[in-house]
Design a protein around this ligand. Structure first.
Ligand code: PMP
Length: 466
């Protein structure tokens, strides 16, 4: 049973789902009606829970795509937004305002090293667009490298950086970007064959000494290949990667890969961009930022999603040297660092510290992964369980030996069943066969127990159909 919740949602007033589906469907982006067979129609949220218009409660394990970081309508964030809204909504950056200064100082203080200058944007796509521009301005080199299976945004330009065919449409891909092979320890060409399926830790972790993974070295050699063959005169402008690939299905890069990749890029004149849109703000549990969990120090970091707990905002943090070259361009946007966004961002940082969100991610995340591993041992279709903190992926396959992705309709039916039983999970990966578990970072062990019970029931139902 779902853990008790004392919050009482209000009664929904307005059109119900049926009337929306019948009369309003044609007004909206048709993509919005393609997710669940029977759509979820939510009208209220509190912390880790959502209520549909019939006030059925759901446990939200996807947090509006890894965005509601500290909880739906978290009271401290609501209070900060409300207070600022009554004072000043908008100025543009033509006029300075106190909130943007307070917030910038607090945000930058969360970064190690020389990452000291912040640019505010309105989304992750916009942050990555800016990061690439910065890198090119700084290095004077146009050609860049990203990883296959990475997701960095949906602007036409970023469709060339994002290397998931699912998210590429009718426009030129590339824009100066070449992709290196994805170091996916489960599905990559060298996945599993070298160290992942070691006798000591079957199915899960690499046994190689830290930073000396054999498969990892092969992927680094492949990156070197891209540098040699595709980058003009071997010079590279930038390398962009996530520490754990979000949209790609919570793919965990092998330990040591990013470190070696960064070394290669820097030896060829490039700067390193860490995309922390999903992995930042304590979600890793062990570290505040994903890049720290990989032991690397980027030159540019991009953020969005969790930075505002659902408020549309993003940011780029970089070094004074890179900012100085950027200074030659009058880079500017209308909304970035808006007073309300700054107040919200500030409240989110404070909640993360006050409520020990990072510690909670470590504790509840470790517990979640352990419980999911039990499901992997129980069900043939649960091929892989991976992740760190509350950034977790579960890959569904036909059988463990072949690792063939479970057909889309079977994944969809398990997914629909978990939803009907009150648990909202994310879906992703190139084959759409990965469950993505990235809840608001306030969930409890009791929520984990409930989620596992629901997943077990849905997986059992699927197994019984066979
Ligand atoms: N980078 C990563 C890692 C993301 O997951 C996303 C969004 N899914 C983006 C960038 C783009 O962010 P937005 O949707 O806010 O433009």
């Amino acid at each position: 049973e779902m853990p008790a919740c004392s919050f009482k949602p209000s009664k929904h007033e307005g059109p119900d789902l049926n009337s929306v589906l019948s009369t309003r469907k044609n007004n909206l982006n048709p993509a919005l009606f393609t997710f669940y067979k029977e759509p979820v129609y939510v009208h209220q949220g509190y912390m880790q829970y959502l209520w549909d218009t019939n006030n059925k409660r759901y446990l939200d394990l996807f947090a509006g795509i890894v965005t509601v970081s500290v909880g739906h309508c978290h009271p401290a964030v609501v209070a900060a937004a409300e207070k600022q809204m009554k004072k000043l909504w908008h100025t543009t950056n033509i006029y300075l305002h106190p909130k943007i200064h307070e917030y910038a100082a607090q945000l930058v203080a969360k970064f190690p090293g020389n990452l000291k200058v912040v640019y505010f944007t309105n989304s992750g796509s916009e942050a990555n667009d800016l990061a690439v521009l910065m890198a090119r301005m700084y290095t004077g080199v146009y050609d860049c490298i990203s990883l296959r299976n990475g997701y960095h945004g949906a602007s036409p330009y970023l469709m060339g950086v994002t290397a998931l065919s699912t998210w590429r449409y009718n426009n030129p891909t590339g824009f100066g970007f070449q992709q290196a092979m994805n170091p996916d320890p489960y599905r990559g060409p060298w996945g599993g064959k070298h160290c992942r399926d070691s006798p000591a830790q079957p199915g899960r972790q690499c046994d190689c000494p830290q930073g000396q993974c054999k498969a990892c070295d092969m992927y680094v050699d492949q990156l070197e290949d891209v540098l040699r063959y595709s980058m003009p005169k071997g010079r590279v402008g930038a390398f962009i990667a996530e520490a754990i690939q979000g949209v790609g299905g919570a793919v965990q890069l092998p330990d040591g890969y990013l470190k070696k990749a960064y070394e290669k890029i820097r030896a060829n004149g490039g700067v390193c961009i860490a995309d922390e849109v999903q992995t930042g703000f304590g979600r890793m549990g062990s570290h505040y930022w994903g890049f720290e969990s990989q032991g690397v120090m980027p030159d540019i970091v991009t953020m969005a999603k969790g930075i505002g707990n659902g408020f549309p905002m993003g940011a780029v943090v970089t070094t004074p040297e890179i900012a100085a070259t950027m200074g030659k361009a009058l880079h500017f946007n209308t909304f970035g660092g808006n007073p309300v966004a700054s107040a919200v961002g500030q409240a989110v940082l404070e909640v993360i510290d006050k409520e020990n969100i990072q510690g909670l991610c470590a504790d509840v995340g470790t517990y979640f992964i352990k419980e999911l591993e039990k499901l992997r041992n129980e069900f043939e279709v649960v091929g892989d369980v991976r992740g760190k903190g509350l950034m977790i992926g579960v890959e569904l396959v036909k059988d463990k030996a072949s690792r063939t992705p479970l057909p889309a309709e079977e994944v969809a039916s398990i997914w629909e069943d978990t939803k009907n039983m009150g648990v909202l999970i994310g879906k992703g990966g190139l084959f759409g066969n990965c469950f993505r578990i990235k809840p608001p970072m306030c969930i409890t062990r009791a929520d984990v127990d409930f989620s596992i019970a629901v997943m077990r029931a849905a997986l059992r139902k699927h197994a019984n159909k066979k």
